[in-house]
Design a protein around this ligand. Structure first.
Ligand code: NAD
Length: 458
C-alpha cells in the first residue's frame, strides 16, 4: 500500500468515526465481544504462530498473551459503563449555581504500533482500550514476529468492523507511511530510537503519543530476603520468553557478601525450571532473529560468565547466562539487554544503590527483594521508575488497577484497565450554569466594592 492509499484509508475511517454508530457503547461492546470470541476460538492458531516466531511454550503463550487479553477484555466489559459515564467534579462558589463534570469522548482514529516480543498482547491490549473509549484504529504489528502479524491481519479483518479497524503489515516503509498520517493518537511500543522517530512524526500533526519503551530495569536484592523464593521469582521473570520482555530484570544489584549465595540460588532455580540441558527444554524460548542473537552474543565478550554462555546461532539459542561484575562501561551494562543474560553487580553497600540507579536513565520497572520495609521505603522515595514491584518480578502487570507505562527514557503515558480507557479518551471539561443568581459582581462597570467582594470569594 502506498502513501496515497494509506491516506485514503485513514480519510474513510475518519468519516466512519464521525457516524454515531461507532461511538455508541453498544457498538464498543459488540467489538469487544468479537475480540473475545476471536481470541478464545483461535487460541490454538495464536499459540502456533507464537511458537514459530519465538518458540513460546503453550503455557507462556496462554498466560502472557491469550489469558492476559481475555482477562483484559472481561475486565473492560464489566467496567465500561462506569468508565464512560460523566465524572462529576465539584464547582467553586463563584460558579454557583452550577455543575461540573468530565465527559470522556473518543479521540478518533488512532494508530497502535506493536513490538515483536509479545506480538499478540502488545497489539490487542491497547486495541481493547481504544475500542472501549470508542475509537477506530489502525494496527501495525511488528514485522519481526511475522507469523503472528499474518494471523492478526487475517483474524482482525474477520472479526471486527472492517470500516473501523485495519491491520497494516510491513516494516519501516509501511510504518513511515503510516506516521505521515494525521492520527488522533498514537500508541507505540518498542525501542527508544524509534520512539523518537514516532514522536517527531506525531509533532507534525500535533498528535498526542503514548510511548511504551524499554530500558534497563534494575533488580535490587537485599540479604534480608527469602532467598529461595527470591531466586525462583527472578528466574521466572528474567528467563520467560528467553529474557525478551520489556519489564524483565535487566541486572541485579546485590551486596558483595550476598552475591555468592544469590548466584547459587539462581543456579538451582534455573536447574529446577529448565533442567540440565536447557537447549532441549521445550519450555525455553528462542531469540527472535540472527541480528538480535549476534547483538546478545557480543555482550558476552570479555565477561566473567558464571553460568551458561552457550550461543547457537543456527537454532537462535542462548543459554540462561549469569555474568558477574561486568565493567559498568561495557555494552551489557550500558545497553538494554532484552535477552537471557543477567549481569550481577555486587556493591560495597546496598545503601548506595539509589545513587547507582539515579545515575542512569529512569527505568521501566524497578524490582526490590527485601524484608526490610524502611529500606524499601527509602528506595521508593529516592528513585524513579515506571513501576515498582516489591518481592516479585513483573506480577504488577496482572493488576488492571495499576497503570502500565514508563517515565523519562522508558516512555510516557500509560494504559491497562481504566488508564487505557483514559489514554484513548479526551476528558472533555463541561460546566453547566443555572440562569438563576446572575450576580453583577463580575460585570462592568467595575468598582472597588465589587473587587473586594471578588477577592473574598475567590
Ligand atoms: P520492533 O523492531 O518490533 O519495532 C516496533 C515497531 O516499530 C514495529 O511496528 C516496527 O515496524 C516499527 N519500526 C521499526 N523501525 C522503524 C522506523 N525506523 N521507523 C518507523 N517505525 C519503525 O521492536 P523493537 O524496537 O525491537 O522492540 C524492542 C524494544 O521495545 C525494547 O526496548 C523493549 O524494552 C521495548 N518494549 C517495550 C514494551 C512496553 O510495553 N513498554 C513492550 C515490549 C517491548
Amino acid at each position: 500500500m502506498n502513501d496515497v492509499e494509506v491516506a485514503a484509508q485513514i480519510t474513510s475511517m475518519k468519516q466512519y468515526f464521525s457516524t454515531a454508530e461507532c461511538r455508541s457503547l453498544a457498538w464498543r461492546r459488540m467489538q469487544l465481544k468479537q475480540l473475545l470470541t476471536m481470541t478464545e476460538y483461535h487460541q490454538d492458531e495464536i499459540i502456533a504462530a507464537l511458537k514459530l516466531d519465538l518458540n513460546k511454550s503453550e503455557q507462556e503463550s496462554w498466560a502472557t498473551e491469550i489469558g492476559f487479553v481475555v482477562a483484559d477484555i472481561k475486565h473492560t466489559l464489566s467496567h465500561l459503563n462506569k468508565w464512560a459515564k460523566p465524572r462529576k467534579v465539584s464547582t467553586p462558589i463563584v460558579a454557583q449555581l452550577g455543575a461540573s463534570y468530565l465527559l470522556p469522548e473518543p479521540k478518533g482514529v488512532v494508530l497502535i504500533m506493536g513490538a515483536w516480543n509479545y506480538p499478540f498482547q502488545l497489539l490487542i491490549a491497547p486495541l481493547i482500550a481504544a475500542i472501549a473509549a470508542g475509537n477506530c484504529a489502525v494496527l501495525k504489528p511488528s514485522e519481526l514476529a511475522v507469523n503472528t502479524s499474518i494471523l492478526l491481519a487475517k483474524l482482525i479483518s474477520q472479526y471486527l468492523d472492517p470500516k473501523a479497524f485495519k491491520v497494516i503489515q510491513g516494516g519501516v516503509t509501511e510504518s513511515t507511511e503510516l506516521l505521515q498520517q494525521p492520527f488522533d493518537h498514537i500508541l507505540y511500543t518498542g525501542g527508544e530510537q524509534v520512539g523518537k522517530v514516532v514522536m517527531r512524526a506525531a509533532a507534525e500533526h500535533l498528535t498526542p503519543v503514548t510511548l511504551e519503551l524499554g530500558g534497563k530495569s534494575p533488580c535490587v536484592v537485599d540479604a534480608n530476603t527469602n532467598l529461595a523464593v527470591t531466586a525462583r521469582r527472578i528466574v521466572w521473570s528474567k528467563w520467560m520468553n528467553a529474557g525478551q520482555t520489556c519489564v524483565a530484570p535487566d541486572y541485579i544489584l546485590v551486596d558483595k557478601h550476598f552475591a555468592t549465595p544469590l548466584i547459587e540460588a539462581l543456579k538451582s532455580a534455573l536447574l529446577e525450571f529448565y533442567g540440565e540441558d536447557c537447549q532441549q527444554n521445550a519450555d525455553y524460548g528462542r531469540i527472535i532473529n540472527k541480528r538480535h542473537h549476534q547483538r546478545l552474543s557480543s555482550y558476552l565478550e570479555g565477561q566473567v560468565v558464571v553460568l551458561g554462555g552457550e550461543c547457537d546461532e543456527s537454532s537462535l539459542y542462548i543459554a540462561p547466562t549469569l555474568v558477574l561484575n561486568p565493567d559498568l562501561d561495557s555494552a551489557v551494562m550500558t545497553e538494554e539487554i532484552f535477552g537471557p543474560i543477567l549481569p550481577i553487580v555486587s556493591v560495597d553497600n546496598l545503601q548506595d544503590v539509589a545513587a547507582f540507579i539515579n545515575q542512569r536513565p529512569k527505568p521501566l520497572a524497578l524490582y526490590v527483594y527485601s524484608k526490610n520495609q524502611s529500606w524499601v521505603d527509602m528506595l521508593l522515595a529516592q528513585t524513579s521508575a515506571g513501576s515498582v514491584c516489591i518481592n516479585d518480578g513483573m506480577m504488577f502487570m496482572t493488576n488492571p488497577e495499576l497503570p502500565f507505562g514508563g517515565v523519562g527514557n522508558s516512555g510516557m503515558g500509560s494504559y491497562h484497565g481504566r488508564f487505557g480507557f483514559d489514554t484513548f479518551s479526551h476528558l472533555k471539561a463541561v460546566m453547566k450554569r443555572s440562569f438563576w443568581f446572575d450576580i453583577a459582581l463580575r460585570y462592568p462597570p467595575f468598582s472597588r466594592s465589587k473587587l473586594s467582594w471578588l477577592k473574598r470569594l475567590l
